[in-house]
Design a protein around this ligand. Structure first.
Ligand code: SF4
Ligand code: SF4
Ligand code: SF4
Length: 305
Protein backbone atom coordinates (compact mmCIF):
# COMPACT_ATOMS: atom_id res chain seq x y z
CA UNK A 1 0.00 0.00 0.00
CA UNK A 2 1.40 3.43 -0.96
CA UNK A 3 1.63 6.33 1.50
CA UNK A 4 -1.24 8.05 -0.29
CA UNK A 5 -3.38 4.91 -0.05
CA UNK A 6 -2.61 4.68 3.69
CA UNK A 7 -3.61 8.33 4.15
CA UNK A 8 -6.89 7.76 2.33
CA UNK A 9 -7.57 4.52 4.25
CA UNK A 10 -7.61 6.54 7.49
CA UNK A 11 -10.24 8.99 6.18
CA UNK A 12 -13.79 8.44 7.42
CA UNK A 13 -16.49 8.42 4.69
CA UNK A 14 -17.87 11.89 3.95
CA UNK A 15 -14.81 13.83 5.21
CA UNK A 16 -12.34 15.60 2.91
CA UNK A 17 -9.16 13.65 2.06
CA UNK A 18 -5.93 15.26 3.38
CA UNK A 19 -4.65 17.91 0.99
CA UNK A 20 -1.29 16.92 -0.50
CA UNK A 21 0.10 20.37 -1.35
CA UNK A 22 0.29 21.74 2.24
CA UNK A 23 1.83 18.47 3.42
CA UNK A 24 4.39 18.57 0.60
CA UNK A 25 5.22 22.22 1.31
CA UNK A 26 5.67 21.48 5.02
CA UNK A 27 8.09 18.66 4.13
CA UNK A 28 10.08 21.03 1.92
CA UNK A 29 10.11 24.12 4.13
CA UNK A 30 10.19 22.77 7.70
CA UNK A 31 13.85 21.67 7.62
CA UNK A 32 14.85 25.27 6.84
CA UNK A 33 12.81 26.88 9.62
CA UNK A 34 14.90 28.25 12.49
CA UNK A 35 14.56 25.89 15.43
CA UNK A 36 15.01 26.90 19.07
CA UNK A 37 18.69 26.75 20.07
CA UNK A 38 19.59 23.77 22.30
CA UNK A 39 19.97 24.52 26.00
CA UNK A 40 23.67 25.09 26.91
CA UNK A 41 25.18 22.11 28.73
CA UNK A 42 28.36 21.95 30.84
CA UNK A 43 31.45 22.32 28.62
CA UNK A 44 33.00 18.97 27.80
CA UNK A 45 36.37 17.97 26.38
CA UNK A 46 39.30 15.58 26.53
CA UNK A 47 42.23 15.19 28.87
CA UNK A 48 44.81 12.93 27.21
CA UNK A 49 47.43 11.42 29.52
CA UNK A 50 50.18 10.41 27.11
CA UNK A 51 52.13 8.56 29.82
CA UNK A 52 49.65 5.66 29.79
CA UNK A 53 49.08 5.44 26.02
CA UNK A 54 50.28 2.08 24.68
CA UNK A 55 49.87 2.95 21.00
CA UNK A 56 47.23 0.30 20.35
CA UNK A 57 45.32 2.65 18.01
CA UNK A 58 41.95 1.42 19.26
CA UNK A 59 40.90 5.08 19.46
CA UNK A 60 41.78 5.69 15.80
CA UNK A 61 39.88 2.62 14.67
CA UNK A 62 36.86 3.38 16.87
CA UNK A 63 36.68 6.89 15.41
CA UNK A 64 36.87 5.59 11.85
CA UNK A 65 34.25 2.97 12.56
CA UNK A 66 31.75 5.16 14.40
CA UNK A 67 31.99 8.02 11.92
CA UNK A 68 32.20 5.70 8.88
CA UNK A 69 35.37 7.39 7.65
CA UNK A 70 37.10 5.79 4.66
CA UNK A 71 40.55 4.18 4.88
CA UNK A 72 43.52 6.31 3.87
CA UNK A 73 45.37 3.59 1.95
CA UNK A 74 48.31 1.49 3.07
CA UNK A 75 51.20 3.88 2.57
CA UNK A 76 54.42 3.16 4.47
CA UNK A 77 55.73 6.51 5.66
CA UNK A 78 59.13 5.15 6.62
CA UNK A 79 59.30 7.71 9.43
CA UNK A 80 57.68 5.79 12.23
CA UNK A 81 55.61 2.73 13.04
CA UNK A 82 52.65 5.14 12.78
CA UNK A 83 51.63 5.20 9.15
CA UNK A 84 48.56 7.40 9.52
CA UNK A 85 51.02 10.26 9.38
CA UNK A 86 48.73 13.18 10.08
CA UNK A 87 45.25 14.27 11.07
CA UNK A 88 43.01 14.82 8.06
CA UNK A 89 39.44 15.03 6.82
CA UNK A 90 39.33 11.23 6.95
CA UNK A 91 41.52 10.65 10.05
CA UNK A 92 40.05 12.55 12.99
CA UNK A 93 42.39 10.79 15.46
CA UNK A 94 46.03 9.98 14.94
CA UNK A 95 48.19 8.06 17.38
CA UNK A 96 51.77 9.32 17.10
CA UNK A 97 54.70 7.00 17.82
CA UNK A 98 57.83 8.92 18.82
CA UNK A 99 60.90 6.74 19.18
CA UNK A 100 63.68 8.31 21.21
CA UNK A 101 66.98 6.47 21.02
CA UNK A 102 69.53 6.72 23.85
CA UNK A 103 71.14 10.11 23.79
CA UNK A 104 74.72 9.88 24.99
CA UNK A 105 74.88 13.64 25.10
CA UNK A 106 72.15 14.31 27.68
CA UNK A 107 73.40 13.30 31.12
CA UNK A 108 70.90 12.51 33.87
CA UNK A 109 71.47 11.84 37.57
CA UNK A 110 73.16 8.44 37.97
CA UNK A 111 71.09 5.98 39.99
CA UNK A 112 70.65 2.24 40.54
CA UNK A 113 68.94 1.83 37.12
CA UNK A 114 70.83 4.47 35.19
CA UNK A 115 74.37 4.73 33.91
CA UNK A 116 74.05 8.49 33.90
CA UNK A 117 72.54 8.89 30.42
CA UNK A 118 68.96 9.02 29.04
CA UNK A 119 67.47 5.59 28.33
CA UNK A 120 65.68 4.92 25.03
CA UNK A 121 61.94 5.40 25.20
CA UNK A 122 58.78 5.52 23.16
CA UNK A 123 56.42 8.44 23.49
CA UNK A 124 52.89 7.84 22.29
CA UNK A 125 50.17 10.39 21.93
CA UNK A 126 46.68 10.22 20.49
CA UNK A 127 46.20 13.54 18.69
CA UNK A 128 42.89 15.16 17.82
CA UNK A 129 41.25 18.57 17.33
CA UNK A 130 41.98 20.71 20.39
CA UNK A 131 38.44 22.19 20.55
CA UNK A 132 40.02 25.57 21.31
CA UNK A 133 38.06 27.87 23.64
CA UNK A 134 38.66 30.66 21.11
CA UNK A 135 38.96 28.81 17.83
CA UNK A 136 40.75 30.53 14.92
CA UNK A 137 39.06 28.13 12.49
CA UNK A 138 35.69 29.43 13.66
CA UNK A 139 36.87 33.06 13.49
CA UNK A 140 38.09 32.58 9.91
CA UNK A 141 35.02 30.76 8.57
CA UNK A 142 33.06 33.18 6.34
CA UNK A 143 29.84 31.12 6.16
CA UNK A 144 29.26 30.41 9.85
CA UNK A 145 29.70 26.69 9.21
CA UNK A 146 31.95 26.32 12.29
CA UNK A 147 30.23 26.82 15.62
CA UNK A 148 30.70 26.14 19.30
CA UNK A 149 27.81 23.79 20.02
CA UNK A 150 25.88 23.47 23.29
CA UNK A 151 28.72 21.39 24.80
CA UNK A 152 31.19 24.18 23.87
CA UNK A 153 32.83 21.84 21.33
CA UNK A 154 33.99 23.21 17.97
CA UNK A 155 31.74 21.66 15.34
CA UNK A 156 31.81 21.95 11.52
CA UNK A 157 28.38 21.87 9.84
CA UNK A 158 29.37 20.26 6.51
CA UNK A 159 26.17 21.34 4.73
CA UNK A 160 27.05 25.01 5.33
CA UNK A 161 30.79 24.67 4.54
CA UNK A 162 31.60 26.01 1.06
CA UNK A 163 35.08 24.46 0.96
CA UNK A 164 36.96 27.81 0.91
CA UNK A 165 39.71 26.36 3.18
CA UNK A 166 40.12 29.50 5.34
CA UNK A 167 39.77 27.33 8.45
CA UNK A 168 42.62 25.11 7.25
CA UNK A 169 44.99 28.09 7.06
CA UNK A 170 43.78 29.47 10.41
CA UNK A 171 44.27 26.36 12.59
CA UNK A 172 47.74 26.49 14.17
CA UNK A 173 47.63 22.74 14.89
CA UNK A 174 47.11 21.54 11.29
CA UNK A 175 43.96 19.67 12.26
CA UNK A 176 41.59 20.34 9.35
CA UNK A 177 41.84 19.31 5.71
CA UNK A 178 39.27 19.19 2.92
CA UNK A 179 37.87 15.83 1.86
CA UNK A 180 38.37 14.98 -1.81
CA UNK A 181 35.08 13.10 -1.76
CA UNK A 182 32.83 16.13 -1.07
CA UNK A 183 35.16 19.17 -1.01
CA UNK A 184 34.10 20.10 2.54
CA UNK A 185 36.27 20.59 5.62
CA UNK A 186 35.99 17.85 8.24
CA UNK A 187 37.46 17.11 11.65
CA UNK A 188 36.57 15.56 15.02
CA UNK A 189 33.01 16.38 16.08
CA UNK A 190 33.75 15.29 19.66
CA UNK A 191 31.09 12.71 18.84
CA UNK A 192 28.28 15.26 19.02
CA UNK A 193 25.76 12.59 18.05
CA UNK A 194 26.87 10.30 20.88
CA UNK A 195 27.00 13.11 23.45
CA UNK A 196 23.43 14.11 22.61
CA UNK A 197 22.42 10.54 23.45
CA UNK A 198 24.36 10.62 26.73
CA UNK A 199 27.17 8.42 25.40
CA UNK A 200 30.94 8.80 25.79
CA UNK A 201 32.82 9.57 22.52
CA UNK A 202 33.81 6.41 20.68
CA UNK A 203 37.58 6.97 20.99
CA UNK A 204 37.47 7.47 24.78
CA UNK A 205 35.16 4.48 25.14
CA UNK A 206 37.58 2.27 23.19
CA UNK A 207 40.78 3.36 24.97
CA UNK A 208 41.85 0.43 27.19
CA UNK A 209 44.24 2.44 29.38
CA UNK A 210 42.09 5.56 29.97
CA UNK A 211 44.74 7.64 28.25
CA UNK A 212 41.82 9.51 26.67
CA UNK A 213 39.51 10.82 29.37
CA UNK A 214 36.26 12.56 28.51
CA UNK A 215 34.03 14.66 30.74
CA UNK A 216 33.18 18.15 32.02
CA UNK A 217 36.25 20.24 31.32
CA UNK A 218 36.60 21.65 34.86
CA UNK A 219 36.69 18.15 36.35
CA UNK A 220 39.24 17.03 33.75
CA UNK A 221 41.55 19.94 34.55
CA UNK A 222 41.44 19.14 38.25
CA UNK A 223 42.09 15.44 37.60
CA UNK A 224 44.99 16.27 35.26
CA UNK A 225 46.66 18.55 37.82
CA UNK A 226 46.46 15.82 40.45
CA UNK A 227 48.05 13.37 38.00
CA UNK A 228 50.93 15.76 37.29
CA UNK A 229 51.56 16.11 41.05
CA UNK A 230 51.49 12.33 41.41
CA UNK A 231 53.99 11.88 38.56
CA UNK A 232 56.30 14.49 40.11
CA UNK A 233 56.15 12.60 43.41
CA UNK A 234 57.06 9.40 41.54
CA UNK A 235 60.10 11.02 39.94
CA UNK A 236 58.75 12.01 36.50
CA UNK A 237 59.91 15.57 36.91
CA UNK A 238 59.25 16.53 33.27
CA UNK A 239 55.47 15.90 33.36
CA UNK A 240 53.37 18.98 32.63
CA UNK A 241 50.05 19.98 31.07
CA UNK A 242 49.83 21.47 27.59
CA UNK A 243 46.86 23.73 26.82
CA UNK A 244 44.99 23.46 30.13
CA UNK A 245 45.30 27.22 30.64
CA UNK A 246 45.35 30.17 28.24
CA UNK A 247 48.82 31.20 27.02
CA UNK A 248 50.07 34.67 26.06
CA UNK A 249 48.97 34.24 22.43
CA UNK A 250 46.34 31.51 22.57
CA UNK A 251 43.22 30.48 24.47
CA UNK A 252 42.94 27.36 26.62
CA UNK A 253 42.27 24.07 24.82
CA UNK A 254 39.24 21.97 25.68
CA UNK A 255 41.25 18.98 24.51
CA UNK A 256 44.52 19.24 26.42
CA UNK A 257 47.47 16.92 27.07
CA UNK A 258 49.79 15.64 29.75
CA UNK A 259 53.27 15.52 28.15
CA UNK A 260 56.74 14.57 29.34
CA UNK A 261 58.84 16.25 26.65
CA UNK A 262 58.80 19.51 24.72
CA UNK A 263 55.61 20.14 22.68
CA UNK A 264 57.58 20.13 19.40
CA UNK A 265 58.68 16.54 20.08
CA UNK A 266 55.00 15.60 19.80
CA UNK A 267 54.50 17.79 16.71
CA UNK A 268 52.71 20.50 18.70
CA UNK A 269 53.58 24.21 18.46
CA UNK A 270 55.70 25.38 21.39
CA UNK A 271 53.65 28.55 21.60
CA UNK A 272 50.53 28.52 19.40
CA UNK A 273 49.47 31.89 18.06
CA UNK A 274 45.98 32.94 17.07
CA UNK A 275 46.50 34.30 13.53
CA UNK A 276 43.97 37.05 14.23
CA UNK A 277 46.33 38.54 16.86
CA UNK A 278 49.29 38.40 14.46
CA UNK A 279 47.24 40.12 11.75
CA UNK A 280 45.96 43.06 13.81
CA UNK A 281 48.61 45.34 12.23
CA UNK A 282 47.54 44.24 8.73
CA UNK A 283 43.89 45.05 9.48
CA UNK A 284 44.95 48.47 10.80
CA UNK A 285 47.05 49.19 7.72
CA UNK A 286 44.17 48.21 5.37
CA UNK A 287 41.71 50.44 7.30
CA UNK A 288 44.14 53.39 7.31
CA UNK A 289 44.88 53.08 3.58
CA UNK A 290 41.10 52.95 2.92
CA UNK A 291 40.54 56.14 4.93
CA UNK A 292 43.50 57.78 3.17
CA UNK A 293 42.18 56.82 -0.28
CA UNK A 294 38.75 58.31 0.50
CA UNK A 295 40.40 61.51 1.79
CA UNK A 296 42.51 61.83 -1.37
CA UNK A 297 39.43 61.20 -3.54
CA UNK A 298 37.38 63.81 -1.68
CA UNK A 299 40.25 66.33 -1.86
CA UNK A 300 40.55 65.75 -5.61
CA UNK A 301 36.79 66.12 -6.15
CA UNK A 302 36.44 69.26 -4.00
CA UNK A 303 39.67 70.80 -5.36
CA UNK A 304 38.49 70.31 -8.95
CA UNK A 305 35.39 72.51 -8.49
S1 SF4 B 1 42.52 22.77 16.92
FE1 SF4 B 1 42.27 23.83 14.96
S2 SF4 B 1 40.44 22.86 14.08
FE2 SF4 B 1 40.42 22.36 16.27
S3 SF4 B 1 39.18 24.01 17.20
FE3 SF4 B 1 41.34 24.65 17.34
S4 SF4 B 1 41.64 25.91 15.51
FE4 SF4 B 1 39.78 24.71 15.15
S1 SF4 C 1 35.39 12.31 19.74
FE1 SF4 C 1 34.41 11.05 18.15
S2 SF4 C 1 34.86 12.15 16.26
FE2 SF4 C 1 36.31 12.92 17.79
S3 SF4 C 1 38.14 11.63 17.60
FE3 SF4 C 1 36.85 10.69 19.18
S4 SF4 C 1 35.62 9.19 18.05
FE4 SF4 C 1 36.47 10.59 16.54
S1 SF4 D 1 43.24 3.63 22.52
FE1 SF4 D 1 44.24 4.67 24.27
S2 SF4 D 1 46.10 3.46 24.62
FE2 SF4 D 1 45.37 2.88 22.59
S3 SF4 D 1 46.44 4.29 21.20
FE3 SF4 D 1 44.51 5.29 21.68
S4 SF4 D 1 44.98 6.60 23.43
FE4 SF4 D 1 46.68 5.14 23.27
Amino acid sequence: MTIREKELAGVSPGSDPPRRLPVLLAHLVDPFRRQPAPEPAPATGFYTDTTVCIGCKACEVACKQWNQLPADGFDWTGNSYDNTGTLSATSWRQVKFIEQLPSRSVPVLPGPESDGFDPARWLMMSDVCKHCETAPCQQACPTGAIIHNEFDNVYIQPDICNGCAYCIAACPFGVITRATIDGHAHKCTLCYDRQRDGLVPACAKACPTESIQFGPIDELRERARQRVEELHRRGVAGAYLYGDEPGPSYSALNSFYLLVDRPSVYGLPEMPVNPWLAMKGDYLRVALSGVLSIAVLLAALLGGR
